[in-house]
Design a protein around this ligand. Sequence first.
Ligand code: GLN
Length: 211
Amino acid sequence: MLALQGDVREHVAALEAAGARTTPLRAPGELAGLDGVVIPGGESTAIGRLLGLFDLLEPLRDAVAQGLPTYGSCAGMVLLADEVLDGLPGQPLLGGLDVSVRRNAFGSQVDSFEADVCFAGSPLHAVFIRAPWVERVGPSVEVLARVASYDASAPLQGRPQDATDGDVGRAAGRVVAVRQGAVLATAFHPELTGDTRVHGLFVEMIQEARG
Ligand code: GLN
């Protein structure tokens, strides 16, 4: 569990509920022996800067490129993208996922909301917090979820009160979960809902990779 910034504790709880054992990752020497890495939600620019300060940027980038199973949620998705739109100039990235991700894509009026998505064929309730979306998907990337619907009449849970119908229309249909080989990314935060299916899928990906 990359533990430099973000909602580390929540991911650890979700991973352990899904059957994984976790250990904090804060130094390059701690990468050896890991079966997978999770990059939490938080702030991608801060996590990227800290990856550099902790000498983890290059080693983790190489590990992802060499096939280490990696899951990124929200800021983690931004960091794993090969291209980031609306990022800060020069923001450090890991890459590894052949996608273009738009940072803070849902805009200020819908910057935090909950929506049902169809995740790998089943409904899943998803929490979005200043979330990115995926705007371009490379040929070997599998789309696992899109924002299916966005309840325009729900006053609190469904959307912020100042969201307009235009915001709702822009959000609908956006790609919010992808997988490419051993790399999984979600724009939303499954670590916040108590539903462990996404972390469960990641644990299965690790088991597959271990054979
Ligand atoms: N907007 C944040 C970013 O760029 C991500 C927010 C989140 O992880 N909840 O990185």
